[in-house]
Design a binder for this molecule. Structure first.
Ligand code: 26Q
Length: 824
């Protein structure tokens, strides 16, 4: 079909130049003199895509011939970010591409900058799925990512008058060179309607159930190749797009201004138009449930089709496929597989259930009980009438098992039921996922313990063998090699190249922490990265930042539990102390914030307003010049993250202990030489364990202390009254000082802190301020800081997503690598 001597295979500079010019003419219909930057990006992307597809065909053929066991990673979100740079890195042709473009008078960085970011996710959970696809391919594991091709990804954030404004994300405006449409991979998916029950006339008089839908939506596949680093394995990311023109339910979709901003006509067309921008559960949105069901139904039909190509029936389905459920968003798959096996393939319930339970594994990503996904029973029944019946059947059989294990315990039955019957009735998706899966995992050591002791305690007592931990990881290809080329090169020169796929080898950097010449180079690299970020800050936030100051960074979704406002309390405290004592010796700081707030989350939007208000006042004060500055970096996303992580000195990971399941930004900062100031929460606990307490700034209560304080009755106002400095800081916010005398703007925030303070900022305030004082002292001693920074990178290997994926492979999926050879 295609061979080594194929024109489209060449990876050298000359071949890339020819391929680029070829694609410019034959795909873009442009001659070089009139080509726009966009044309040039498309041409290079298509030239690179040719090289991926060649390998892809070979991979697909190998998997088919070998009948390889395949991991299906099901996720409503894949926050993959720009693809060109990563594909060049993974193909090993980044430098050749740069040279080829330079010889044609083009700058590769300019071309990379043209790519629209596919923002098909909210934050951590979606980005984790993308890192895992990178590692699966790099480790040569047969895998498919199944998800949704949203036409509009996460909104673009603009800052207007200091407030967040949401703009629609039209990432497909000029098409994506990476997506390949497969209109003949299509399934018709039923939604709504009712069921009809009939006994067969035959001797068995078997019950047959017919689902008569209210509407049918057609799903078609769009595939994106995901190439591994230094291997010939591109795996498949298969995203489903809805095609049937259906009336749009406006009543269910009027949650806020963001939706109104989206063109109503376009919206009414389809199911897969828009990603829901809340990274938390919000009950009662029919379209969201339809999205989840739609992509799961398409994906399972796709897997069944593949299995029936290989074998005569579905009895060994679970041997050929394992499905990882990325949180409960795809957990309706448990009921859907039962529906397909029992209703369509006429399997007996017990055999179908045995296959189902051996197919699924479930990852939990939250510790907030209110964030566990649940659907109002009536809404669920209306949308998925057959699945409602199946869930009732699963529930009855399950509760029989619970009765045997806990005789006479009515309370435990109520707690564990798949249906919440206290007050308004709901379907509990986490319970469905646990009952239907053979493995359940949390995403950091502490989180997995809390899953067992708190949120899924009863299930742990029933089935302790199902529960595991898989601490998250991030891909060093994107977040180190691509994002931080200068540091990567220094590491290459120092310990050789193998570290990119064997991150524990970074330990070999440890001796260089004591080498003054190495430390000097290390500082030079950080300085260069900061100067790059300074230019970005100028471009997007129109502010001048000082690269000599400490870059103190908190980038992540805006949430009260993540406590960006605790960071702001420190900024205001520092501002006050500098005003009161101009001779105070502290490290100059630039405090950088970035992150989106869910459009309907008022307090989160107010936190953004507080950050921009403080940035404004501090920025206008000449006394703060060269001492303190605050920047809100708009529209934090994967692409801007790649400029931010390498430039950070200090990583803020300050959630209330017991609330952040893991965090993954914390790992990206560490890999780029930032030191962490953080609580004992999520994966911070393991970062601290890896780097040692002398290389980590720890503050605040731990999880048992938080529980104890809550048990005793937490009264935030006591802290306010007992601590004059805290009082000063809070009063300054309340006084209208940051809002030209308007005392109303931040009143909800101040009132909330003084009267409720669910996330206990006031309890952790003094500990945080004292810890920031230690940070400042350490930064001034720049030889010490460099040493700590180097040791942080040297000890970051554990947080590679390769380590995480290897653990999933051996402990949950039982899959083996399949080597892909390129033959002629
Ligand atoms: C659910 C139902 C309806 C609408 C929206 C949602 C929804 C969407 C996205 C619920 C949650 C999310 C995203 C959650 C998330 O990103 N969680 C983060 O996952 C990371 C990866 O494991 C962890 O590191 C973070 O600690 C966790 O907060």
């Amino acid at each position: 079909l295609v061979g080594r001597d194929d024109e489209r295979m060449g990876l050298g500079v000359e071949a890339l130049k020819r391929a680029f010019l070829d694609r410019l003419v034959y795909s873009q219909a442009r001659f070089p003199e009139v080509a726009t930057r966009r044309d040039c990006f498309q041409a290079l992307a298509l030239a690179v895509r040719d090289r991926l597809l060649q390998r892809w065909v070979q991979t697909a053929r190998t998997y088919r011939d070998k009948g390889s066991r395949t991991v299906c990673y099901m996720s409503a979100e894949f926050l993959i970010g720009p693809q060109l740079g990563n594909n060049l890195i993974n193909l090993g042709i980044f430098d050749n591409a740069r040279q080829a473009m330079a010889e044609l008078g083009l700058d590769l960085d300019m071309l990379l900058d043209q790519e629209e970011e596919p923002g098909l996710g909210n934050g951590g959970l979606g980005r984790l799925a993308a890192c895992y696809l990178d590692s699966l391919a790099t480790l040569e594991i047969p895998a498919i990512g199944y998800g949704i091709r949203y036409e509009f990804g996460i909104f673009t954030q603009a800052i207007r008058d200091g407030w967040q404004a949401e703009l629609t994300d039209k990432w497909l405006r000029s098409g994506s060179p990476w997506l390949i449409h497969r209109p003949n991979v299509a399934f018709d998916i039923k939604i709504g309607g009712h069921t009809e029950h009939q006994y067969e006339a035959s001797a068995s008089r078997r019950l047959r159930v017919q689902w008569v839908p209210a509407k049918v939506v057609r799903g078609t596949a769009w595939d994106m190749p995901v190439l591994g680093y230094g291997v010939n394995t591109p795996n498949r990311l298969r995203l489903w797009s809805a095609e049937a023109p259906e009336e749009f339910d406006f009543a269910a979709f009027n949650a806020g201004n963001y939706y109104q901003a989206v063109d109503a006509e376009v919206l009414s067309e389809t199911l897969t138009k828009v990603l829901y921008p809340n990274d938390e559960m919000e009950a009662g949105q029919t379209l969201r449930l339809e999205q989840q069901y739609f992509f799961v139904a398409c994906s399972l039909r796709d897997m069944i089709r593949l299995q029936l190509q290989r074998e005569a029936d579905l009895s060994r389905f679970h041997e050929k496929f394992v499905v990882q459920l990325n949180d409960t968003h795809p957990s309706i798959a448990v009921a859907e597989l039962m529906h397909l096996l029992v209703d369509d393939y006429e399997m007996l319930w017990d055999e179908a259930w045995s296959i189902t339970q051996r197919t699924f594994a479930y990852t939990n990503h939250t510790l907030l009980p209110e964030a566990l996904e649940k659907w109002p029973l009536r809404l669920f029944q209306k949308t998925l009438p057959r699945h409602y019946e199946i869930i009732c059947e699963i529930n009855e059989r399950f509760l029989d098992e619970v009765r045997i294990r806990f005789p006479g315990d009515e309370a435990v039955l109520r707690r564990m039921s798949l249906i919440d019957e206290d007050g308004a009735r709901y379907i509990r998706m986490a319970h469905l996922a646990v009952v239907g899966s053979f493995a359940v995992n949390g995403v950091a050591a502490l989180h997995s313990e809390l899953v067992k002791s708190d949120i899924l305690k009863d299930f742990y007592e029933l089935w302790p063998e199902k529960f595991r931990n898989k601490t998250n990881g991030v891909t060093p290809r994107r977040f180190v090699l691509l994002a931080n080329p200068t540091m990567s090169q220094l590491i290459d020169e120092t310990i050789g190249k193998g570290w990119v796929t064997d991150m524990m080898r970074l330990r070999e950097l440890e001796p260089y922490a004591d080498d003054p010449a190495f430390r000097e180079k290390w500082r030079g690299i950080k300085r260069g990265n900061k100067e790059h970020l300074v230019r970005e800050i100028k471009r997007v936030a129109h502010a001048d930042a000082d690269p000599a100051s400490m870059f103190d960074v908190q980038v992540k979704r805006i949430h009260e539990y993540k406590r960006q406002h605790l960071n702001l309390l420190h900024v205001i405290s520092l501002y006050k102390r500098l005003k009161d004592n101009p001779n105070l010796v502290v490290a100059p700081r630039t405090v950088i914030f970035g992150g989106k707030a869910a459009p309907g989350y008022r307090m989160a939007k107010l936190m953004i307003r507080l950050a921009t208000a403080v940035a404004d006042i501090v920025g206008r004060d000449p006394a703060m010049h060269g001492r303190l500055q605050v920047v809100f970096f708009p529209n934090y996303n994967v692409k801007s993250g790649q400029s931010i992580f390498p430039a950070a000195d200090l990583s803020e990971q300050i959630s209330l202990a017991g609330k952040e399941a893991s965090g993954t930004g914390n790992m990206k900062f560490q890999m780029n030489g930032a030191l962490t100031i953080g609580t004992l929460d999520g994966a911070n606990v393991e970062i601290l364990e890896q780097v040692g307490e002398e290389n980590f700034f720890l503050f605040g209560m731990n999880t048992p202390e938080v529980k104890e304080l809550r048990r005793c009755g937490y009264r935030p106002r006591d802290y306010y009254e007992a601590n004059p400095h805290l009082r000063e800081v809070i009063d300054l916010i309340g006084s209208g000082f940051f809002t030209r005398g308007d005392r109303d703007v931040f009143r909800p925030l101040v009132d909330h802190l003084l009267n409720h303070d669910e996330y206990m900022l006031l309890a952790d305030f003094q500990s945080y301020i004292d810890c920031q004082e230690k940070v400042s002292e350490a930064y001034i001693d720049y030889e010490r800081w460099s040493r700590m920074s180097i040791l942080n990178v040297a000890r970051s290997g554990f947080f590679s997503s390769d380590r995480a994926i290897k653990e999933y492979c051996t402990d949950i999926w039982r899959v083996e690598p399949v080597r892909i050879e390129l033959t002629d």
